[in-house]
Design a protein around this ligand. Sequence first.
Ligand SMILES: *Cc1c(COP(=O)(O)O)cnc(C)c1O
Length: 367
Amino acid sequence: MISLVDLKRQFQSIKDDILKEIEGVIDGGQYILGPKVKELEEKIAQKLGVKEAVAVGNGTDALVLTLDALGIKSGDEVITTPFTFFASAEAISRVGATPVFVDVDPITYNLDPKKLEKAITSATKAIIPVHLFGQPAEMDDIVEIAKKHQLYVIEDACQAFGSSYKGRRTGSLGDVACFSFFPTKNLGTLGDGGIITTSNEQLAARIRKLRMHGTSKKYYHDSIGYNSRLDEIHAAILLIVLDKIDTWNEKRREHAAYYRSHLANHPLFTPPKEFDHLTHIYHLFCLGSTQRKEIMEKLAEHDIQSGVYYPQCLHLQEVYADLSYKKGDFPVSEHLSETLFAIPLDPFITKEEQDEVIGVLLSVKEV
Ligand SMILES: *Cc1c(COP(=O)(O)O)cnc(C)c1O
């Protein structure tokens, strides 16, 4: 069986280090927001070139706490893409604001800056570009439009730790950024976790307060917050993964290049495109094909996992029926949801496994 992402193989490669660190945490006696969390926050802020990083319970909370800390609430609108994981929009709804969708670019699958301005109204407060599958969004254009209309830019960088845009790290490109440490994410742990990065120190201070029941002095509360913190064990594990992340991302890029070299210029497949100014780190390697169903069945017959990200666009989700979007509103996103599928790729996939996947793909006849 070739898995889409072989997490077991990945974490086994650092198992001894993890066990040693867990022992250290047990002996250290501090289990939530301790010294390892502080070290992780400092190292990530330094790596991305931002002033502050605030660790929280998960990537969704990172988005919710950020929106809350920015004062975004009922009556406000926040723009994002309909072609992303649900949490990008869910967080907007969670603070009572309204998600407004803008279609994506057909090549990068990310928020299309050309379509952005039309969606801005007097109620718009922020834009959440998503660096989907590890490919950075066209940030200069997005930030320029946001500046013109005085909107916050919140990067949803949950799938993109370590990617960069024009030589600058994603997570440092907007006002604030949100990452997830969910196990399958490039920088993942053995559980849930997330982090917010920003160079706005006041905003970071507000988020630090929100993650701890809205308090800065224990047992004295002047606001309503959340309980959303990172465990010391996860911070210790993430520090190990952080040391590896550039190497692992480079491996992902090599494996992606190998797939591309065999699948480019093939009439049946549209592989992800690389751009000089964008460093894609392949959280997922997705191919486009109008024969998706047949190809995925063929892969399954050969014990090769594949997956659809994402089968239903957010504007067509049942929960958003009251926003009155309809099929056809975002044709690019809808087409992608009908044609894209992910094939196995992670830092540890072997050439033999990739060759097997490629062999099955190339055996599919065009109809
Ligand atoms: C994973 C993910 C999230 C949510 O992160 P969790 O840690 O699972 O809460 C948000 N946005 C995107 C694009 C994601 O991929």
